[in-house]
Design a protein around this ligand. Structure first.
Ligand code: PNS
Length: 162
């Protein structure tokens, strides 16, 4: 597909679920801009710089992915980048309401920007940054959920050994 596509998110931190979607997005669009949100309402475990670094590291071998950060409204960032597609992952039904509201708000603000929902592989269906942090916080094994560097950074942050 010949469109500039953005995959935005908090990426706090990037998980194998995100990486799965990035792979799928690249297959569809040839190139993908991963946009790490700077000003998000929720408190993050990792700083913006750390969140960007971890995504960059996770896709460092790819030439078809650009990692950037953005501030303010996603629609303004999309306009500035000339993007016409926003890609978001959909896991369980519980994601739907939040994603639907966001997509509708973005459409109201920028009618030409299309939100495209993609599904992760079954093995990543239940993987979320929030769950990964929770598992790590209580000493669980996250090695199948995140890349190795994220695992060790999580361990450092949360005072756990890997
Ligand atoms: O990974 P997340 O936390 O679900 O990502 C949410 C994100 C960052 C994509 C969303 O909060 C966002 O686009 N924030 C930027 C501000 C904005 O445009 N808000 C209006 C959309 S309703």
């Amino acid at each position: 597909m010949n469109a500039i596509a953005i995959y935005p998110g908090s990426f706090d931190p990037v998980t194998n679920g995100h990486l799965d979607l990035i792979e799928r997005g690249v297959r569809l669009f040839g190139h993908l801009i991963v946009a790490v949100a700077r000003n998000i309402e929720k408190t993050t475990l990792f700083t913006t710089q750390e969140r960007i670094e971890l995504v960059r590291e996770a896709v460092s071998r790819r030439t078809d992915v650009t990692v950037e950060s953005f501030e303010g409204l996603l629609v303004d960032y999309a306009r500035a980048r000339g993007a016409t597609v926003v890609m978001r992952g959909l896991r369980a039904l519980s994601d739907f309401e939040y994603e639907y509201e966001m997509a509708m708000m973005n459409r109201r603000l920028h009618p030409d920007l299309e939100t495209l929902f993609m599904m992760t592989s079954e093995s990543n269906f239940f993987v979320s940054s929030r769950r990964v942090k929770e598992v790590m916080r209580f000493g669980g094994d996250v090695s199948t959920l995140v890349p190795p560097l994220v695992r060790s950074r999580l361990a450092d942050k949360l005072g756990r050994s890997t």
